[in-house]
Each structure stands twice: as structure tokens, then as C-alpha cells.
Design a protein around this ligand. Structure first.
Ligand code: CUK
Ligand code: CUA
Length: 641
């Protein structure tokens, strides 16, 4: 591309951007943000160049994770996690169907809220991304070498896996609290018996050295709603903090309901202490209720295992394990600053941000400075832990992230703004409006020990008047801010997939060179793989027909298949013989009730087809792969039974 052309494109882009910006700038407050002509250049990644950060957004009720480049806001990939995805055959091919097995059977959907990167020494390390399934309690692990979901663990004794999965600073554990309390173990009881029968569970999931997850232990806690969590770091490493609401323990929010009390609690759990109690055998064993752990192995085929039982710690029998920190007005997010000293509880019905001090908390515990206790859990005196409050005059604080320079940024849902404030002095430094109704916000590394800073992303729920109308539902969206200066500066709006709750971002440098480009054919351990076209064949065992088929630019072998009968189970085991980056081949069969399959170079995937009527059925490659892609096809003849 010549220089002139390139400049012209850049110029048009700037014009288009400024024009659009001014149009939506009918919002008075936002106008100032576009006053600077350098805004477009800050998000402009020229054609052929890479973004600086990978950003991973939760897909909310889509159940997936979407990967964006920052600062451009370009969508790079949607990673299927909890929901089936026919584009990638996830949940349709024989290899990934088991990924969505649960104790309730195959579930093709979930609601995912919080992506969390693995950490080493409190810093995101780019090995894995974890994310919660909120509805059917699960945590998934995505391998960032392949950007594929490789493991899903179902959590027993959980109901509404919302405060999850937040990680400890060396990826020792992921934590998961229950948003709903239910009888544990489950049983049929009157809803009015909430106070006697309903419990919460805080789960600690061990992360092994290859990322594999297992439930280390659970803590049985009073029947509150455990909403969010974050682990301690630095001086508070070894502790986890969970917010709770409905400490009234009401089974209905309608009448007297929850949110009556002025203060609910942040639960502070000493998990190092928990490890001691476990080692000393001070736990109870609960059944795991047929919960599944499913992981993809060397064959790239998922296998499910049923969990047998879980170890449960009871606070009454484990003194020093857990404390409650009173926190005003139904705290939602709980966020720990990079030093590990400050624990920010955002009371969603409040205008203030409450900050507790870890040092004061330890002192209060030492001094037995408790106001009360519930089920063996001491409630620490509020004044004894309170470090300070940010009088922000915003409304509905939800989540806080940090820039590593002593500043914190809090999202305010009701007043639709981000407030920047100073740790320690609690003074408000800046505030910007967002469009509209922000939930989480995210700074790259902003919940870690060493935030990468530079940008802030606002994850907004409502976008009325920001985008072209698309019927009754409008897109959810992100807004990108430059936070490198004293004042936050709005750079870009871009739509997201599903409702983006939380997100994580990491410098591209940490991940991009580890990306798998293709799989070596010699490493293929799939039970139905072949190593060359010569091994292609069709075999029959009873009604099962196995087609060992290969693909390489630009043909299938075999491409003419006869001898199949109505009522057979026909398995296409497609091995992609390519040994090159970005050359998947697909396979679609006319009338097959599954999706297509899409096989990566060097891998084998299986499509099951049950032909229903006699005839001749074409199949073809679904992913453009060469000039002869359209010729990549074949026929199956189906005869009557
Ligand atoms: S939640 Cu969505 S705005 Cu599920 Cu983390 Cu706070
Ligand atoms: Cu192979 Cu298109």
C-alpha cells in the first residue's frame, strides 16, 4: 500500500471518528472529551499493526469470553466457554460435548461474569484465564496458548456462583462464594424456613501446576448472599475477602426483605489457617452431589469425572478462620489495593466508598475488638477496621480498580460515572460521565499487585442514543479512557458481546509469542487420528460406521463414500493434515443435525451424523482454505436399511 493511500485512510478515519463523536456529543458532558484532536490517533492502530493489550471480556448471558485488542477495541475472537458455538463446533463435536456435562446433564448455556487471569507473584502471567458460570455453578479454564476452554469444574454445594473466580497471588487458589443461599446439603424445605435451613458456602479451588482445578475445601457460612470477592496480596496474602448482603437472611426481597440493615459484612477468610485445619483433619465430609470435573486431555477430547465428596470447614469448630467486617449499604464489589493494605467495599446503596485497613483488622483481631458473633464468626468493631471513606457524592458505587500510582477508580452505576480518588487521603481527584450505567471497570492488571495502567475500560449496561438503533435491544458497550494523565480522557466507544461484567487485560507481549500455531501430526493422540492420506479408510462395527478422513489443501480423502445405511451412526473422524498456521478445514454434511466441525492443523475431530433417508449427500469444507476451497467436497451414498 503506498504512503498516500495510507495517509488518506488515516485521515478519513479521523474525520469519521470526530464526526461520529460530535454527533453523539449532543450529551453536554461528553463534549469536552472530544475537544482534543489527538483522541483518534490514540486508538488508531494502523492496518497490519498489532494492539498493545489483549483484553478478555466476560460475555455475560452469552456464556462466552470475547477477546479484544486495546486500544483499538477490535474484536479478535469469541472463545466458547459455557455455551455451545456451532461456528467452532464447541458442544457439537464428540470431543467437546462432555465439556458441558454437569450433575444436571448437558447444559448448553450459562451466564459468565468474571474473567480472571492466572498470576505469579501477584502479577498476571498470561498462562490461563478463568471464568465463572453463574447459573449452574462452574469455573472454566481457558488455555491462553490456544485460546480454548480446556477444563470446566462444577462446584457442589453452590448456588449462584457469582463471587468467583478470584485468584490468589501465586494462583494457589481460586475462590467462589454463593450468591444464593440454599439448604446445604440440598433438601426439600419451606422457603419460610430460610433462617434455620439456608446456608452459604465459600469454596477454595486448588490450581495445580498445569492449571488443573480441584476443590480443596469449602467453608459453611450463614445464609447470606455472597456477592463478590478478591484475594489479599502482599501483606494480606493468605486472606480472601467476600462481600455479603441480605444479612437479614430474608427469603424475599419484597416485604421487609433484604437491605434493611444499615451494614452488611465483608467476610475475611484466613485461608492459610484453613490449610492448617485441613491438615489437622478438622473438617467434615459432604457428598459432592454428582458434580462433574471435565477436562481436555492430550487427545484433545474432553473427559468427565464425577466428584465424590468435598471437605467442609465449620467456622464454629475453626476459630480464627473467618471474621466479618461491617460495611455499609449492601456492599457489592470488594477490591484490594496493590499494596494489600486497603480493602474497598462499595455499598451499592451508598454514595460513599468504605475502605477498611488490613493492618487495623489484624490489630482488632489481636485485641478481641469484636461487637458480636454469628455462628462462630466474630464481627469486628466497625471503627476498629475502618480506614476511611471517600465522600464522592456519586451514587451506587460498584467496583474499584487501581493504577499502581496510588490512585483508585470506582464505578458508580446509578450516577453513571467513574470517580478517581486517592488512596490514603480519600480525596476525589477527577470524575467522568459514562454512557450509561456502568457495572465493572477494568484497568490492565488493575486488580493485581502491579497494575499495567495506561487505560481504563468502563463496561456499560445501557447505551441508549450511543449507537444506531437495532430494535428493542441495543448493544452493551465498553468505553476506553486514557488514564496516563491527571484527568481521565475518553478515547473510544465499542460494542461488546452479551453483557460485559468484568474484564481483564494484559500486555500483548506476555501472551502473543506463546500462541500455538498448529499441532504436530506426530503428537496427535486422538484415538481415531490418521497420519497420512494412505491411512484413510471406512470401517463398520454393527451400525457404527467410522470414516477416517483427512483434509489437506484442497481435497478430502476419501471423498466418495458408499455402503452407509439409513439408521447407521456415521462418525466422520476428520484429521487435518496441514502443518501450517491458520489453515483449519471444516466439514459440513447436508442434513446433519449437529453443526459443522472445524479442525485445526494437526488435530482430529469427530462429527456424528445419523442419516435419516436414502440418497446421495454432499459434504464440503466450510472454511475458506485455498483457491480450490470450493472444490473441497465429497459425497456419501446412503442406502435403505
Ligand atoms: S457483577 Cu456485573 S456489575 Cu456480576 Cu461483578 Cu458488578
Ligand atoms: Cu478446506 Cu476450505
Amino acid at each position: 500500500m503506498n504512503k498516500y493511500y495510507f495517509k488518506r485512510i488515516a485521515f478519513l478515519f479521523v474525520v469519521a471518528f470526530v464526526f461520529t463523536a460530535c454527533q453523539s456529543g449532543s450529551n453536554k458532558q461528553s463534549k469536552g472529551a472530544f475537544g482534543d484532536s489527538d483522541v483518534a490517533s490514540k486508538v488508531y492502530v494502523p492496518p497490519g499493526q498489532y494492539d498493545e493489550f489483549y483484553a478478555f471480556f466476560s460475555g455475560g448471558f452469552s456464556g462466552q469470553v470475547s477477546v479484544y485488542g486495546l486500544p483499538s477495541g477490535r474484536l479478535l475472537k469469541v472463545i466458547p466457554v459455557f455455551s455451545v458455538d456451532p461456528e467452532k463446533a464447541y458442544g457439537f463435536n464428540e470431543e467437546t460435548k462432555p465439556m458441558l456435562n454437569t450433575s444436571f446433564g448437558f447444559i448448553p448455556w450459562d451466564d459468565s461474569h468474571h474473567p480472571e487471569l492466572s498470576q505469579t507473584d501477584g502479577v498476571p502471567d498470561g498462562r490461563w484465564l478463568f471464568i465463572n458460570g453463574n447459573n449452574t455453578p462452574r469455573i472454566a479454564r481457558i488455555d491462553l496458548k490456544t485460546f480454548e476452554t480446556v477444563e470446566i469444574l462444577e462446584i457442589p454445594n453452590s448456588s449462584g456462583n457469582h463471587s468467583s473466580p478470584f485468584i490468589t497471588e501465586n494462583s494457589e487458589y481460586l475462590v467462589a462464594g454463593t450468591r444464593f443461599s440454599v439448604p446445604i446439603p440440598q433438601k426439600d424445605v419451606a422457603l419460610k424456613s430460610y433462617k434455620e435451613n439456608f446456608k452459604g458456602a465459600l469454596s477454595y479451588i486448588k490450581v495445580g501446576k498445569d492449571g488443573e482445578m480441584s476443590i480443596a475445601f469449602q467453608i459453611l457460612v450463614p445464609g447470606y448472599d455472597y456477592d463478590l470477592a478478591h484475594s489479599g496480596k502482599g501483606k494480606s496474602h493468605g486472606w480472601t475477602f467476600f462481600t455479603s448482603y441480605n444479612t437479614e437472611e430474608s427469603n424475599t426481597l419484597l416485604e421487609i426483605g433484604a437491605s434493611q440493615k444499615d451494614k452488611d459484612y465483608i467476610a475475611a477468610v484466613n485461608w492459610k489457617k484453613a490449610e492448617e485445619y485441613l491438615a489437622a483433619g478438622r473438617f467434615k465430609t459432604f457428598p459432592a452431589n454428582y458434580a462433574h470435573n471435565t477436562y481436555s486431555d492430550a487427545t484433545h477430547s474432553a473427559k468427565s469425572e464425577m466428584l465424590k465428596e468435598v471437605k467442609v470447614l465449620i467456622p464454629e469448630e475453626c476459630p480464627g478462620l473467618i471474621y466479618y467486617l461491617p460495611t455499609p449499604k449492601s456492599p457489592h464489589g470488594v477490591d484490594v489495593d496493590p499494596s494489600g493494605e486497603y480493602i474497598c467495599g462499595n455499598g451499592k446503596l451508598s454514595s460513599d466508598i468504605t475502605v477498611h485497613s488490613f493492618t487495623k483488622m489484624l490489630q482488632a483481631i489481636k485485641d478481641d475488638n469484636f461487637d458480636d458473633e454469628v455462628d462462630g464468626i466474630p464481627i469486628i468493631n466497625y471503627e476498629a477496621v475502618h480506614a476511611g471513606s471517600v465522600k464522592s457524592s456519586g451514587l451506587g458505587p460498584l467496583h474499584t480498580e487501581f493504577d499502581g500510582r496510588g490512585n483508585a477508580y470506582t464505578s458508580f452505576f446509578i450516577s453513571s460515572e467513574v470517580v478517581k480518588w486517592k488512596l490514603g487521603t480519600w480525596e476525589v481527584l477527577d470524575r467522568v460521565p459514562v454512557y450509561y450505567s456502568i457495572g465493572h471497570l477494568m484497568i490492565p492488571g488493575g486488580d493485581s499487585k502491579k497494575p499495567f495502567g495506561k487505560y481504563l475500560v468502563a463496561l456499560n449496561k445501557i447505551t441508549k442514543d450511543r449507537y444506531l438503533p437495532t430494535g428493542p435491544e441495543l448493544c452493551q458497550a465498553a468505553q476506553l479512557f486514557d488514564i496516563s494523565g491527571d484527568k481521565m480522557k475518553l478515547l473510544l466507544d465499542f460494542p461488546t458481546i452479551g453483557e460485559p461484567h468484568y474484564a481483564q487485560a494484559i500486555p500483548a507481549e506476555i501472551i502473543k509469542n506463546n500462541s500455538v500455531k498448529y499441532y504436530k501430526l506426530t503428537d496427535n493422540k486422538h484415538p481415531y487420528h490418521i497420519s497420512s492420506e494412505d491411512e484413510a479408510k471406512v470401517t463398520r462395527e454393527g451400525d457404527n460406521v467410522h470414516i477416517y478422513i483427512s483434509s489437506i489443501r484442497s481435497h478430502f480423502a476419501p471423498d466418495n463414500i458408499e455402503g452407509v445405511k439409513v439408521g447407521d451412526k456415521v462418525y466422520f473422524h476428520l484429521t487435518n493434515l496441514e502443518q501450517d498456521w491458520d489453515v483449519p478445514h471444516g466439514l459440513g454434511v447436508m442434513g446433519a443435525k449437529n453443526s459443522e466441525i472445524l479442525v485445526m492443523p494437526g488435530q482430529t475431530e469427530t462429527l456424528l451424523w445419523k442419516p435419516q433417508r436414502p440418497g446421495v449427500f454432499p459434504f464440503y469444507c466450510t472454511d475458506f482454505c485455498s483457491a480450490l476451497h470450493q472444490e473441497m467436497q465429497g459425497y456419501v451414498r446412503v442406502s435403505p436399511k
